[in-house]
Design a protein around this ligand. Structure first.
Ligand code: PGA
Length: 257
C-alpha cells in the first residue's frame, strides 16, 4: 500500500430496493469494528441514494452514484446529473465501470466530459479502467488502460486529483464467470497505472489511490491487500451482504498486518 488509508467499497449494481439498502447500512454500521483504519464506501442504485444517505448519517462511509451525465440538466431522459447525485447525498461517482462501457456504450470521450463535470460539481471520481480478455491475450493491457486514463482524464488538472481514485478492473475478472486476476498481474498493472499517473501529474500522482476489483472475495482478498501497489479493494458479489462486506474487509486488513 503506497497510501496510508485502505479504501474498501462495493458497487451494488442493479440490486437492492431502497428498503433493502437501508437494512444493509444499518447492519454494516453495527458490524463495523470501531477502530477501523479504512475508508469505506457504498455505491447503491440511484433509487437508494437518499434513503441510504439518511441511514449513513455521520458514519464517514462515502456514498456514490453508479454513473452520471456530463450536462448540468437537459432533455436526457433516464439520465442523472452530478448535481442530482450531490442533492441525493452522494459525494462520489463511479465512472467507466466495465458494464457501463460494454452494455451501455459509455465511451472514453463521454467519460472525459463526465469526469470534468463531476469535479466541477465537487464529486470524488472513482474511475474504472481495465482491458478485456482479447486485449490481454494480444498483450495490449497496459496500452488499453493508459489510453482509457489518457482520454478520461484529459481535462483534469493537478489540483483536482485529490478527488480521484482509480479502480483497475479487468473485464475478464468481473462478475459471474470472471476469473480473479493473479496478484502478479494486479501488481504489474497497478505499477503501470501509477507510472502513467506520475507522468501525467508529476509527484502528485503518488496520492491517487489505485484499487483492485474483479471477483474479489473472502478467499482471495488476502492475496491482494498486502501488495504495496494495492491501495484498496472494490468488491461486487462478495460484499452484497453486510456480513460479506465486513468479512472481506476484515480479512483484507488482517492480511496487511
Ligand atoms: P465482482 O464485481 O466482485 O462481482 O466481480 C466487481 C465489479 O464489477 O466491480
Amino acid at each position: 500500500m503506497s497510501n496510508q488509508l485502505f479504501y474498501f467499497g462495493s458497487n451494488f449494481k442493479m440490486h437492492q430496493t431502497p428498503q433493502e439498502s437501508v437494512a444493509f447500512i444499518r447492519d454494516l454500521k453495527q458490524l463495523r469494528p470501531s477502530d477501523l483504519s479504512a475508508q469505506l464506501f457504498v455505491i447503491p442504485p440511484f433509487t437508494s441514494l437518499t434513503t441510504v444517505s439518511d441511514a449513513l448519517d455521520n458514519s464517514n462511509i462515502w456514498l456514490g452514484g453508479q454513473t452520471m451525465h456530463w450536462a448540468a440538466e437537459g432533455a436526457f431522459t433516464g439520465e442523472i446529473s452530478g448535481d442530482m447525485l450531490i442533492a441525493s447525498g452522494a459525494t462520489l461517482v463511479m465512472l467507466g465501470h466495465a458494464e457501463r462501457r460494454q452494455l451501455f456504450g459509455e465511451t472514453d470521450q463521454a467519460l472525459r466530459k463526465k469526469v470534468a463535470r463531476a469535479f466541477r460539481v465537487g464529486l470524488r471520481v472513482l474511475l474504472c479502467v481495465g482491458e478485456d480478455a482479447q486485449q490481454r491475450e494480444d498483450n495490449l493491457s497496459k496500452e488499453i488502460t493508459s489510453r482509457q486514463l489518457q482520454i478520461a482524464l484529459a481535462d483534469v488538472e493537478c489540483h483536482q486529483i485529490s478527488g480521484l481514485l482509480i479502480a483497475y478492473e479487468p473485464v475478464w475478472s468481473i462478475g459471474e464467470g470472471g476469473r480473479p486476476a493473479s496478484p502478479t498481474i494486479v501488481a504489474d498493472m497497478h505499477n503501470s497505472i501509477r507510472e502513467w499517473l506520475l507522468n501525467r501529474f508529476g509527484a502528485t500522482g503518488h496520492s491517487v489511490p489505485i484499487l483492485y476489483g474483479g471477483s474479489v472475495n473472502e478467499q482471495n482478498c488476502g492475496d491482494y491487500a498486502p501488495l504495496e501497489q494495492v491501495d484498496g479493494l472494490f468488491v461486487g458479489r462478495a460484499a452484497w451482504s453486510p456480513q460479506g462486506y465486513i468479512s472481506v474487509l476484515q480479512q483484507s486488513l488482517a492480511a496487511q498486518s
